[in-house]
Design a protein around this ligand. Structure first.
Ligand SMILES: O=c1ccn([C@@H]2O[C@H](COP(=O)(O)O)[C@@H](O)[C@H]2O)c(=O)[nH]1
Length: 234
């Protein structure tokens, strides 16, 4: 059976009033609403609580620290009850396992699901090589993806270009969440590894994350609806 791919709207706003306006406008089309570093840094836990009134929250904080510190952060975040939370796969197996354990111990029927970010979608092969990683993004995403899932991550964040290789390597179980999606004709902005929603529809992702093409549109509700239609039309 074909996999359904849902839209996650990235609410990258400097304040909660702006983010909540976007959430209200796009929630009918969105499977997830993403609270990221900008909004969380500005508004803290109140942002998660308020956005949760409009839909399930993906809290994208990309935690990356020693295992004890990441586990402590997850314990502290757990009362906010986000549906999904990101950590960096590059933190290593022990950190990922500590994150999963902390999420499980925080409990609840709907425990926080841990997503491991593989290689940021803003990095192309040259930028990745500058960090000391040879071999290119696909190889590195596969390496970190295998590590993260084996250590207990519920899913992975990757670019559109790595969805098919990850499905081949890891099967259907891990959730694949994909930023860097751009409707045809939209600016890539600072994203380096991109694809259109139409290209994503068949690729096997669970969620595509779209921020600026929606939030900078004259009509964010219509922009989100167009992307949701593109994802459904296959
Ligand atoms: O590798 C990654 C991980 C996370 N993101 C986040 O997704 C959105 C994308 O926003 P756009 O405006 O559609 O570019 C943003 O919140 C990032 O922090 C990512 O882009 N790449």
């Amino acid at each position: 059976m074909a996999r359904r791919c849902g839209l996650c709207v990235a609410l990258d706003a400097p304040d909660l009033a702006t983010a909540e306006g976007w959430a209200r406008a796009t929630a009918p089309q969105a499977a997830l609403l993403k609270v990221g570093l900008e909004l969380f840094s500005a508004e803290g836990g109140a942002a998660v609580r308020r956005i949760a009134a409009h839909g399930p929250v993906f809290l994208d904080l990309k935690l990356h620290d020693i295992p004890n510190t990441v586990a402590g952060a997850i314990r502290a975040l757990s009362p906010l009850r986000p549906a999904w939370l990101t950590i960096h796969a590059a933190g290593g197996a022990a950190m990922i396992a500590a994150a999963r354990e902390a999420a499980e111990k925080a409990g609840g029927g709907d425990r926080i699901r841990i997503l491991a970010v593989t290689v940021l979608t803003s990095l192309d092969a040259a930028a990745l090589a500058e960090t000391g990683v040879a071999g290119g993004p696909v190889q590195q995403v596969l390496r970190l993806g295998r590590l993260a899932v084996a250590a207990g991550a519920d899913g992975l964040v990757c670019s559109p270009r790595e969805v098919a290789p990850l499905r081949d390597a890891l099967g259907e179980a891990p959730a694949l969440v994909v930023p860097g999606v751009r409707p045809a004709g939209s600016a890539a902005d600072d994203q380096a590894r991109t694809a259109t929603p139409e290209e994503m529809a068949e690729a096997g992702a669970d969620f595509v994350v779209v921020g600026r093409p929606v939030t900078r549109a004259a009509d964010p509700a219509a922009a989100a609806a167009a992307i949701a239609r593109a994802l459904a039309a296959r």
